[in-house]
Design a protein around this ligand. Structure first.
Ligand SMILES: *Cc1c(COP(=O)(O)O)cnc(C)c1O
Length: 407
């Protein structure tokens, strides 16, 4: 099966022939005998016991996303942040260090900073090149974390180079591919060890439920890390087994079956939607780059963009649906946002609707100026998540909006 066929055909084998996953809104699952429940609890037989740990509706989308990412195991979580926290805390212990690129999603950056309260030290690399990571790696480094396409900096790490570095140093690589989805890239195929998505974004597509997923490539020697000493017997699957048995169930970050169902509804149209997001973003970026009222446009699909060649090498059939523009001042940015008719002013990405936000005064308002700039956030920067509308309407809207800010 090729990718688009997988998107529509990986259905649950339901005993009544349902073609959408039935939603099992049941906290617990009853079993005939005490012996049966004992086996399920102790992972000696398949089956469900309690929905904080696993649930058949949740399992359906876990298996789908696992196949789409070419992974070997998947864990659906209550949010993208829950996926990131679970995956990283599954590896890190008091005294450990880890490295992340600095152009991270704001919530991830704040989460990682908070780890220093628990004796875990985050090191933020200045750039996205191998050298930037290499100079921070030492014997305490227990993982490297990066985003396929930085949000909102839109920088693209040298993933292949960083994979080689991590292999060489014996450090696992965790990749957040929310911005690119499996329609554009499969990080596990490139040698990453764990992939994360906020399914709230492109996978869901219509912003009707929050969710996250951790996909395990089962391609790292987890037994080589002290934190997996008790899980050595699970070999390549140690990461997933430990995550589900410890951080995931202890924190209680399971997805509700209803949210799992809503997120799964987006899966069949993922590739179709991503194609239009990418095409529209490219056309809008070109239009804005030529507009005299716009100071600067960042989009990896533009020829002059510093990440253009890398994006062409890494991404399949497009450059993503996000772009940023700078318009000279915060006042002009606000005016433009207020003038636009088709762009919803809100904090989200990956919706079929076009979305716009002024990051400095919202998502990043709690970060210092210095932090903002290292995250690629400026006072005159606007972030756009380009939707799947007719692109002519989006261009016309910007045309009239930009006319409005001249005065
Ligand atoms: C939104 C987002 C997250 C967090 O996901 P939630 O589902 O909102 O918790 C993580 N990474 C990236 C790149 C995101 O865009």
């Amino acid at each position: 099966m090729r990718f688009s066929t997988k998107l529509v055909n990986l259905e649950l084998k339901d005993k009544y022939g349902a073609t959408n996953t039935p939603v099992y809104l049941s906290n617990s699952f009853a079993h005939q005998s005490a012996e049966d429940l004992e086996k399920i609890f102790n992972k000696r037989a398949p089956g469900y016991a309690y929905s904080r740990v696993s649930n058949p509706s949740v399992r359906a989308i876990e298996e789908k996303l696992m196949v789409l990412e070419e992974g070997k195991e998947g864990i659906l979580t209550s949010s993208g942040m829950a996926a990131i926290a679970t995956a990283t805390l599954n590896v890190l212990e008091n005294g450990d260090e880890f490295i992340a690129t600095s152009s991270l999603f704001g919530g991830t950056y704040n989460l990682f900073k908070s780890y220093s309260n628990y004796g875990i030290t985050p090191k933020f690399a200045e750039g996205v090149e191998v050298e930037d990571i290499k100079k921070l790696i030492n014997s305490k480094t227990k993982l490297v974390f990066l985003e396929t396409l930085g949000n909102p900096k839109l920088d693209i790490p040298d993933i292949k180079g960083i994979v080689r570095l991590c292999k060489d140093k014996g450090v696992p690589l965790i990749v957040d591919s929310t911005m690119t989805t499996p329609a554009l890239i499969n990080p596990l195929e490139l040698g990453a060890n764990v992939v994360i998505h906020s399914t709230s974004k492109y996978i869901n597509g219509t912003s009707n439920s929050i969710g996250g997923v951790i996909i395990d490539g089962a391609n790292f020697d987890w037994g080589s890390l002290d934190s997996f000493a008790d899980y050595k017997k699970y070999g390549k699957f140690a990461f997933s087994v430990k995550a589900r048995s410890e951080v995931f169930r202890n924190l209680g970050v399971a997805s509700s079956p209803m949210n799992a169902f809503l997120n799964e509804l987006g899966v069949p149209t993922l590739k179709l939607r991503m194609k239009v997001h990418c095409d529209n973003a490219l056309e809008l970026a070109k239009f804005l780059a030529d507009h005299p009222e716009v100071k600067e446009v960042s989009y990896p699909g533009l020829e002059g963009n510093p990440y253009h060649q890398r994006a062409k090498g890494l991404f399949k059939g497009g450059f993503g649906g996000m772009l940023t523009l700078r318009v000279g001042s915060k006042e002009r940015a606000f005016k433009l946002i207020n003038e636009l008719k088709y762009f919803y002013n809100l904090a989200n990405i990956g919706d079929v609707k076009s979305l716009i936000i002024h990051p400095a005064s919202t998502i990043y308002s709690r970060n210092s100026k210095e932090e903002q700039e290292s995250l690629g956030v400026y006072d005159d920067l606007i972030r756009v998540s380009v939707g799947i509308e007719d692109v002519e309407d989006l261009k016309e809207d910007f045309e009239q909006g930009l006319e409005g800010i001249e005065s």
